[in-house]
Design a protein around this ligand. Structure first.
Ligand code: SF4
Length: 706
């Protein structure tokens, strides 16, 4: 198939009277879908990048799958489809791709790639069974896992029908650094290896953003290719739900060192309470060596390594305890995130106490890594004389790398902070963690993704702000001439399907009376709608206050149930809300997106407050400072566009099909009183009816229309 035929085939697929049309009894031709699909085919052909905003209801998954499948078959190259949510991955794998397989009647293969740690490692399971010191419940679980392994078809944690504690799963799951690959006695039965081979053979790989960025960051960090990389080679990537990329990429391009992780690492070398660990395994493995060699190595373990493990353990506990107190003191127990500004680093306590503890830990971590590395070299030099040495070698090598990585991360944070990175501490309960993240991901995305791929397509229903792609382009480093853009509208008739009301008589959100006004307004609205309402908040504090006030008045409010984020999983709450008539759902953060409730069960969405990010969050505050330092207005340049994108996500919860109708009510009147408020309203789909009125009048209108 040449380029021209390829483009024609993509276009024809959606055309009336053609493939898709003849498959369905009632086919609804959507020109927006066809336009998007053809554009993707064009950028694939020209090896360019594309940003495409496709309004809700466009049918964007088919729009990108069709050119992707045809391109993968034509060029015999894999195309990656990356999404942010499991719901969308399941929709692609269980619904959209099987549909296309049937319509196309083509021989193509699509695979859902899960993270490696989702799979059981039979070798580690057997090893753990021999050495673990568990309580009765732990042994019971382990025995169930052994039985499950004999039956499972996937070896995936999600297929377990009983609970396995993370501490156990962590010791028996597949890990790249601990995999013997072809030398493994269980290689032929290994579920992960089977899944990896399936991925090698596939044309389309469906992944989540985390796996894709894990792959990119491993390739960058260690130059991994081939079987050590997370994914097989690829040159085309489609990002759906692309508005989330900034957060995911930021988390993968930095580091996180936490107390639990460090202690777990140290205990995996030698656990004094349980008398387990790789040092004991090594000690046992070398027992077959000649007496003097064995004695030398064992003395090395007993007299050098074991005391070093104890020391690193003690120093880590002491340092993290003092860091928790320091964070508490500095944040006064509030959000418990402490950005490491120069002023903090210059404080006496940091300089005279914490720095000394950090340095002490670093010296001993370094010593431990060095001695462990020497032990590994010794073991390798006698490997012909030691039985079952492969697993010991691998474990030692992985531990050396982990210890050196922890040391390097801590050293970077305390001694060699990078200019374009932000560093901070977090302390929750007993745990404490050290973090780094790039302030701007643009350059790294350019170097590791955009510069390396033939085509990257980023799509979402919410990429533009005030009809412009400028914000996302700036943020992701998409240089003007390298990227094409396309905005396709929604096929929904927003003028007739939706009314957007702005309550003008509420106090401003920073006024002390705002929260009570929100509580009263939500009550009034849900009385008018008889439930069927989703209320979106920006903080748990406000959500809980509203919930506490509503839950005591179910009868007077004439609603059956009020579901509040945190009661159960999001999926459970959404399903309950759908199934129960006259229910109310209250949510924050993740409820602004991905909640899909078609039909009259959801007839009203209330936006309590404009969803600005918290400016004091370490990464956000560093971004804002950087913009200000470059003489830019950080509020208009970052805070507003970021909030607009989230606002559009919230807006998108209401109308999910052409039959849906309802109201969106905004209780934050800054959309009409502030200059920047216009940007929020102008960013919504064209044709929305916007009513600005007192809340009473709005609820009268809602009551009359619903
Ligand atoms: S091949 Fe690797 S992942 Fe599979 S059982 Fe062996 S060590 Fe574990």
């Amino acid at each position: 198939m040449n380029q021209k035929e390829y483009l024609q085939e993509v276009s024809d697929f959606f055309a009336p009277g053609n493939r898709l049309d003849s498959y369905f009894d009632k086919y609804e031709y959507r020109p927006e879908q066809q336009e998007m699909s053809v554009k993707i085919a064009e950028v694939f052909s020209k090896k360019e990048h594309l940003l495409v905003e496709a309004g809700t209801g466009t049918g964007k998954s088919l729009a990108y799958l069709v050119p992707s499948i045809l391109m993968a078959l034509k060029e015999e190259e894999k195309v990656i489809i990356s999404t942010n949510t499991i719901n969308l991955q399941e929709q692609l794998i269980k619904k959209d791709i099987p549909l296309l397989q049937e319509i196309f009647n083509l021989d193509f293969k699509a695979v859902l790639v899960k993270g490696r740690k989702n799979y059981i490692c039979i070798r580690r399971l057997v090893q753990f069974g021999k050495s673990a010191q568990l309580d009765n419940q732990g042994y019971n679980t382990l025995s169930k896992v052994h039985n499950w392994v004999l039956e499972t078809e996937t070896g995936c944690r999600s297929d377990l029908d009983f609970r396995v504690d993370y501490n156990i799963w962590d010791n028996i799951s597949s890990e790249s650094d601990l995999c013997l690959r072809a030398a493994c006695p269980y290689y032929e039965q290994c579920h992960f290896i089977f899944a990896r081979d399936e991925a090698q053979e596939a044309d389309i790989l469906v992944v989540n953003h985390h796996i894709l960025f894990a792959d990119l960051s491993l390739r960058q960090e260690r130059g991994l290719e081939g079987e050590n990389a997370v994914l097989p080679p690829y040159k085309q990537v489609i990002f759906d739900e692309a508005h989330n990329i900034e957060e995911v990429a930021t988390s993968y391009l930095g580091f996180r060192v936490n107390r639990r992780g460090v202690i777990k690492l140290v205990e995996s070398l030698y656990n004094f309470d349980q008398q387990t660990g790789i040092l004991l395994q090594t000690r046992a493995a070398i027992s077959s060596l000649k007496r003097n060699v064995k004695q030398n190595l064992q003395q090395n373990i007993d007299n050098k390594l074991v005391p070093l493990v104890r020391k690193v353990n003690d120093l880590s506990h002491s340092l993290f305890n003092n860091l928790i107190k320091f964070i508490d003191n500095k944040t006064k127990g509030r959000d418990r995130k402490l950005r490491l500004l120069e002023s903090i680093r210059a404080e006496d306590y940091w300089q005279d106490n914490l720095m000394i503890e950090f340095e002490n830990l670093l010296i001993n971590l370094n010593d431990l890594g060095k001695n462990l590395s020497e032990l590994l070299e010794d073991v390798i030099s006698y490997e012909d004389e030691i039985d079952e040495i492969d697993a010991v070698k691998l474990e030692l090598k992985a531990k050396v790398e982990s210890i050196l990585k922890v040391g390097a991360d801590i050293a970077e944070l305390v001694n060699f902070p990078e200019e374009d990175y932000v560093y901070w501490l977090e302390g929750y309960d007993e745990d404490c963690s050290l973090h780094s993240a790039p302030i701007n991901i643009a350059q790294q995305l350019q170097d590791n993704l955009l510069g390396k791929m033939d085509s990257v397509v980023l799509t979402s229903a919410t990429l533009t702000v005030d009809k412009s792609f400028e914000f996302i382009k700036d943020n992701l480093g998409l240089i003007e001439e390298d990227v094409e853009t396309l905005e396709v509208g929604s096929p929904f008739d927003y003028r007739n399907q939706l009314c957007l009301g702005v309550a003008k008589d509420l106090p401003q959100p920073n006024h002390p009376a705002f929260i009570d006004a929100v509580i009263a307004s939500v009550k009034e609205i849900i009385q008018a709608t008889k439930g069927r309402t989703l209320v979106l908040f920006t903080s748990y504090g406000m959500l809980n206050k509203v919930y506490n006030s509503l839950e005591t008045q179910l009868d007077s409010l004439e609603v059956n149930n009020i579901y509040c984020q945190g009661m159960k999983s999001r999926q459970y709450l959404v399903e309950e809300f759908k199934n129960k008539k006259k229910a109310v759902l209250l949510g924050t953060s993740s409820f602004w997106e991905g909640v899909d409730i078609p039909g009259e069960e959801l007839s009203c969405v209330v936006i309590a407050k404009l969803p600005f990010v918290v400016p004091s969050e370490p990464v956000i505050s560093a971004k804002l400072e950087k913009l200000e330092a470059a003489s830019q207005n950080s509020f208009m340049k970052y805070m507003v566009p970021k909030a607009v994108i989230k606002f559009k996500q919230g807006f998108g919860r209401l109308i999910r099909t052409k039959e849906d109708k309802g109201w969106i009510v905004i209780l934050d009147n800054r959309v009409i009183t502030k200059r920047y408020g216009k940007i929020f309203l102008k960013s919504l789909p064209s044709g929305c009816n916007i009513l600005t009125d007192n809340l009473n009048s709005l609820t009268d209108k809602i009551r009359a229309s619903i």
